[in-house]
Ligand binder design. Sequence first.
Ligand SMILES: [Zn+2]
Length: 147
Amino acid sequence: MRLQTCKRHPHAAPFMATCSGCAQELYDIEQANRARAEAELSAKVRKALGLPSHGQPIREAGETAVRVCMWDQVELNTVYERVGGTVTTRTVQRTGSCSTWAATEITVAVDLPGVGRVEVFTDWYEECGGRDLPLMQAIPDAKLIAA
Ligand SMILES: [Zn+2]
């Protein structure tokens, strides 16, 4: 058995099939491409929703490129009035720095031309009000937890 060394990565460990330096390089390129593609899709989705771009989706908020988090029901209603869609709710458990609580997550699902199905969501915040908003009138029977 004969080990090889890589001309491009002379300091990488000798190997049988694949140079660890080359493998790392390929991985880094793939990661960068994936991040760029996600940022591009995110910008396209946010533009179609009439929202300013903010680079990468905010993972801590549960966002992906096609799942967009809004600040509250008033903000979500603005998007709903702009693009329409189907409104649903579900009960979710949220985790903060020192507690967990139940919340009502409101989601607007909409098919955007040239993008496909996108979800825009927020939690119901009792103190923000807005039960008379078109968004809320689309879900008159929803159980709203005062988070
Ligand atoms: Zn190499």
